[in-house]
Design a binder for this molecule. Sequence first.
Ligand SMILES: C=CC1=C(C)c2cc3[nH]c(cc4nc(cc5[nH]c(cc1n2)c(C)c5CCC(=O)O)C(CCC(=O)O)=C4C)c(C)c3C=C
Ligand SMILES: [Fe+2]
Ligand SMILES: [Fe+2]
Length: 314
Amino acid sequence: MRMKRAVLLLNMGGPNNIEEVELFLRNMFADKNILPMNPWMRRMIGNMIVRKRLAEAQENYRQLGGKSPLTEITLSLEAKVEEGTGMPVRPAMRYVPPFADEALREFQAEGVEELILFPMYPQYSTTTTKSSLEDVQERCEAMGYEPKIRLIEPYYDDYDYVAIQAEMIRQAAKGIDTSEYDLILSAHGLPMSIIKAGDPYEKQIEANVSALKIYLREQGIIFKNIRLAYQSKVGNAAWLEPNLADLLRKPDNLKVLIFPLAFTVDNSETLFELDREHREIAEKIGYEDYRVARCPNDTDAFARFIGEKIAASA
Ligand SMILES: C=CC1=C(C)c2cc3[nH]c(cc4nc(cc5[nH]c(cc1n2)c(C)c5CCC(=O)O)C(CCC(=O)O)=C4C)c(C)c3C=C
Ligand SMILES: [Fe+2]
Ligand SMILES: [Fe+2]
């Protein structure tokens, strides 16, 4: 008999209402992978950041209709992957519900013997994939549940995934002459201290950029320039550079298309930060066109890709 298997989609989650914004921030800044320091320092610095960010973050989510779009899109994608694979698929969010517990209790009761963890992050980081893996392991242990756990490898350089990224760029570029535009690949930033401690995220982002450049050229999709930038810096410490807002403020081309490189599903960082905040900067500076591409989201192509990765991992 085959082992009974099920899939968890790992992500950080997004507040499902305004009350959950505080929970999201509290859980994020209580995470030892996000603030790697002794627990006492983490509590102090975590509290400080939450106090500083809460009101502004709540206001941002209010402008998005009172919640992050992340859960809804994930559930729609989940249904498609379930249909494609015939396996149970559930979300496992790190900082807000639906937490991994809900799915794990269900899987335990159903006698699932192997968990396949699909990170909704194309590149590996200690702050994302590792944090989610440890969360699932700890919750299984606390429940006395001992399934075999298989983590899907990062897929930033997978030909089929790069093709999906290129397709999202192509859709955002409908009706324009791309050779007049700069393509800005915008990745979520990370503190330099985390990179220096050995996190492979920056290397994987750079490899993703190279793969995407080659693929776009192969497909005859030509941009004037293709640049990498990092968004969403928090606090005053050194983060990965160049910063997206700084890049936008020194334009050498007033036509840009932004593609969010490090997310698979749209969230407040894409729909609010990129599509509203940075758009405002661009409009003030006098950009002629400022476009933001969508993430792979619940497209059939991405659902199929996840299904193929799961099948290949068996
Ligand atoms: C030290 C701070 C942060 C690190 C490190 C970090 C890494 C990181 N984050 C994502 C993806 C997302 N982050 C999101 C929101 C968000 N992230 C931080 C801080 C750090 N992220 C904050 C404070 C917030 C909340 C919003 C805000 O206050 O501005 C989201 C959005 C979820 C949603 O609600 O829609 C995502 C997605 C990655 C991929 C990453 C490391 C590579
Ligand atoms: Fe499901
Ligand atoms: Fe973040």
